[in-house]
Write a protein that binds this ligand. Structure first.
Ligand code: NAD
Length: 364
């Protein structure tokens, strides 16, 4: 029997609740498909700050590096809001991304037809978008800083503090992520939309130039371009017309939350962060630690369970086990079972986190 090493980072808030659900589903799906897992639990985020004074202990990073894949819940919460910025729980995510070389973030926004009525957008019948977000460059990793100035301006006021964050992308970084975008489009309905702000930003203009250079190597893919502000409107207006969107770190961060919300709930959205082939990928729900519902049993475990399904597919190539999980989730929704975030009609049977996990396990 093949055994895979999985590093599990439950994190904070609802993180431990949803990762425990996903681990039980992974174990059960693995048993049915003749594969097994060696899970190693690691600390990161607020709980690591409490134990070690830092959000990402080196031991966590080492365990992740030595694993076949990483499953993460969520980090952060109001308890750590006053911690100095360089030690906040969210720094653990940046540390894991750079420490594991995870440059590509895949965020599928798939509308389950059973949940169409839970969408805040009217009349969305179908939606199946893959957002490919660059993850280790751009403004989140560019030069940040502040400069103080006592210069007196023409209106007599003092200029004071200026804060800056810099958007910077190299040809190598852009080419790497665009190639991923083209390849994913080839495996889907062959349409790639590059989202940028090329009317204003020089970095966006470089993205467009490189995309145009690469396009002839992918003749089966139709490439189009959209400004990010227009894209945010079109996602609401015509979500079913998008296939693969490729974009920078910050635009992808924002658009993937918007696209996700159209599907009904942030509690349904999985994600994968991948690096070079053969290195461990990291899989996590798009949502955060939801401190407002932690410990209440209201957390929807499906985003993390679908992240586990992506883990099987993208990092372990265990397609049958991955398909099994997706089918079980669909079956559970089709039978009318809902957590409270996705319940929208009187006929829905509303379950807590553990009950929803049990229904999915039954349907594997
Ligand atoms: P959030 O995603 O945690 O919560 C937003 C809203 O969605 C809340 O009302 C929450 O109850 C609800 N929600 C989220 N996940 C849900 C689920 N599985 N089931 C049902 N409802 C769900 O975002 P936030 O409130 O802005 O952030 C809370 C904390 O999480 C902050 O500290 C933030 O920094 C952190 N965060 C972490 C990550 C991560 O670890 N990847 C991502 C985003 C935010």
């Amino acid at each position: 029997m093949k055994t895979y090493k999985i590093a599990v980072i439950p994190g904070d808030g609802i993180g431990p609740e949803v990762t425990s659900a996903a681990v039980s589903v992974l174990k059960a799906a693995g048993e049915l498909e003749g594969i097994s897992f060696e899970f190693t639990e690691c600390d990161a985020g607020g709980c690591a700050i409490d134990k070690y004074g830092i959000p990402l202990p080196e031991a966590t990073l080492e365990t992740c590096r030595a694993s076949d894949a990483v499953l993460l819940g969520a980090v952060g919460g109001p308890r750590w809001d006053s911690v100095e910025p360089s030690k906040r729980p969210e720094r653990a995510l940046l540390g894991l991304r750079s420490g594991l070389g995870l440059y590509s973030n895949l965020r599928p926004a798939l509308m389950f037809k059973e949940l169409a009525s839970a969408s805040p957008v009217k009349n969305v019948e179908t939606m199946d978008i893959l957002i490919v977000r660059e993850l280790t460059g751009g403004i989140y990793f560019g030069k940040h800083g502040r400069a103080d100035s006592s210069e007196v301006l023409s209106d007599g006021s003092v200029k004071g503090v200026t804060a800056y964050d810099t958007e910077e992308y190299s040809t190598a970084e852009i080419t790497r992520i665009l190639k991923e975008g083209f390849r994913y489009a080839q495996g889907r309905s062959k349409k790639l939309t590059l989202v940028d702000k090329a009317n204003v930003l020089e970095s966006s203009r470089l993205w467009r130039e490189i995309a145009a250079e690469l396009a002839p190597s992918y003749p089966d893919v139709v490439l189009d371009y959209l400004y990010v502000d227009n894209c945010s409107m079109q996602l609401i207006h015509r979500p079913s017309t998008f296939d693969v969107i490729v974009t920078s770190n910050m635009f992808g961060d924002i658009l993937s939350d918007e696209a996700g919300m159209i599907t009904g709930s942030i509690g349904m959205l999985p994600s994968a962060s991948l690096g070079a082939p053969g290195t461990p990928g990291m899989y996590e729900p798009v949502h955060g630690s939801a401190p407002d519902i932690a410990g209440t049993g209201k957390a929807n475990p499906i985003a993390t369970i679908l992240s586990a399904s992506m883990l099987l597919r993208w990092s372990l190539c265990e397609t049958a086990a991955s398909d099994r999980i997706e089918k079980a989730v669909r079956g559970t929704l089709a039978d009318g079972f809902r957590t409270c975030d996705i319940a929208s009609s009187d006929s829905d049977i509303v379950l807590d986190t553990e009950q929803m996990t049990s229904k999915i396990l039954e349907r594997l």
